[in-house]
Design a protein around this ligand. Structure first.
Ligand SMILES: Cc1cc2nc3c(=O)[nH]c(=O)nc-3n(C[C@H](O)[C@H](O)[C@H](O)COP(=O)(O)OP(=O)(O)OC[C@H]3O[C@@H](n4cnc5c(N)ncnc54)[C@H](O)[C@@H]3O)c2cc1C
Length: 407
């Protein structure tokens, strides 16, 4: 097992206990992450989506890590899911974006909100890797403010017709199904969540968004619903409760993004350690220059601090899973997931910057592994809640409801 990951697994095992079957998931994660390094880097250099990610995850039975065993998944609690994504994060945020969206925003949302029939219909296929899920909330005119969504639905026969566009959707053009959100056309209610089949003729991918500054290996698409039909059996959660569905998905998703960012920091540390001991300038290994040690100290401290913030959020979410009527516990898990995502995404981006600095001119080359992290990690401060939205959420959790900046 990769050394930094092995020590994290040992520590969690010693302090919190990990069962054999949980260790098996983490062993599979280690194998899958090692296997993905080459294709991830090649596709990053080509600036293309990496189709190997679902193939390798499927091969190692990792497509349904958090899905309950009764639905064909591996039944991982959030803490184990966090460790799994931490290891995958060493390969970069492209892999994390795929896995986080498919598992945390897609599968877990169906598991948390779906009817028994929906769970039976979608989760075994998602766990096996025969279905790929996406989460389509954002629109051209509605990002941080989902209240201004323009997508609408009308009732027709035994279902609904959806109209509108969804923008910046990860896995958008590779997904078989999307969890999505729309307002009733006639107004009056909040938005409703639906599961859309991407084979429906009213669904189209308008454009794969490839002019990004990083995250090339992840698919990002602009989608249109032009009368896409959704059967009444594919409404997810109660009508009008789309925001509750959307926000509960983001609680899980943010722990996933924080975990991936921890993995990025671990890889930055590994890369910098290698470089600091192999590169010589001014007659000594650059790691013997104290100012290089300062960069290393930043990455190491960020990794340690963020790793435990993420674990804490995951543990709180696991507590909530055992007591799902406990709203204060849910709110605390939500707060901690925002704190973990906020800190880990900032620290991962800064760690990548420190790593680029340690690599000098080679760090500025697209061919250096740390430049990939520098480019790919920036998005973690934007998606699943921008830095600013996290700051408002965290500050109002300190000051109280009267200080909420917006409703
Ligand atoms: C590569 C990529 C993948 C993505 N994947 C998905 C996906 O799979 N599914 C999905 O639904 N979305 C996805 N997104 C969209 C992402 O979640 C949004 O970009 C994000 O929520 C911000 O929305 P926006 O881009 O419209 O920015 P805006 O909301 O227009 O924000 C612009 C700026 O204003 C700030 N701002 C906005 N409101 C406030 C406020 N009240 N107070 C202070 N500052 C504020 C923001 O923080 C930001 O700095 C993805 C985005 C990217 C870049």
């Amino acid at each position: 097992m990769e050394q930094l990951f092995q020590s994290a697994v040992d520590e969690v095992s010693r302090l919190l206990g990990l069962e054999e079957k949980e260790l098996a998931i983490l062993g599979d994660a280690d194998a899958a992450a090692s296997e993905l390094v080459v294709s991830e880097f090649e596709k990053y250099v080509e600036r293309k989506y990496n189709p190997e990610v679902p193939v390798v995850l499927k091969k190692h039975n990792l497509m349904g890590v958090p899905i309950k065993e009764e639905y064909g998944g591996r039944g991982a609690r959030q803490l184990v899911q966090a460790l799994f994504l931490e290891r995958m994060g060493q390969t970069g945020m492209g892999v994390i974006t795929f896995a986080d969206v498919h598992q945390c925003l897609g599968s877990l949302t169906i598991q948390d909100w779906g009817t028994e029939e929906q769970k039976q219909r979608y989760l075994p296929r998602a766990a096996k890797g025969d279905a790929v899920l996406a989460y389509a909330l954002t629109e051209p005119e509605a990002g941080s403010d989902p209240g201004s969504l323009k997508a609408t639905y009308t009732k027709e026969g035994n279902g609904f017709r959806l109209s509108g566009s969804k923008y910046l959707i990860s896995n958008g053009s590779v997904a078989t199904n999307l969890v999505t959100f729309a307002y009733p056309k006639e107004g009056g209610k909040g938005p409703t969540a639906f599961i859309v089949d991407t084979k429906d003729k009213g669904y189209s991918v308008d454009m794969r968004l490839e002019e990004k500054i990083g995250l090339f290996t992840s698919d990002t698409s602009l989608l249109t619903y032009d009368g896409a039909f959704v059967s009444k059996d594919d409404m997810l959660g109660p009508e009008g409760k789309g925001f509750s569905v959307a926000y509960s998905a983001l609680l899980n998703g943010r722990i996933g993004i924080g975990s991936g960012c921890v993995g990025v920091m671990a890889d930055c540390l590994n890369q910098v350690k290698e470089r600091a001991t192999s590169r010589t300038q001014h007659g000594k290994q650059i790691g013997k220059h104290q100012l290089i040690q300062k960069h290393i100290a930043f990455i190491e401290s960020s990794l340690e601090a963020c790793r435990w913030l993420v674990y804490r959020a995951a543990i709180k979410k696991d507590e909530f899973e055992k007591d799902t009527k406990n709203i204060p516990l849910r709110n605390e898990a939500d707060r901690l997931s925002a704190v973990a995502k906020y800190m880990a995404s900032r620290c991962a981006f800064e760690s990548a910057d420190h790593a680029v600095q340690c690599f000098g001119g080679f760090g500025y080359s697209i061919m250096s592994p740390v430049a990939k992290h520098f480019l790919d990690t920036r998005v973690a401060r934007i998606y699943e809640g921008t830095d600013e939205i996290m700051e408002l959420k965290i500050a109002s959790s300190v000051l109280g409801k009267d200080f909420e900046a917006y409703k």
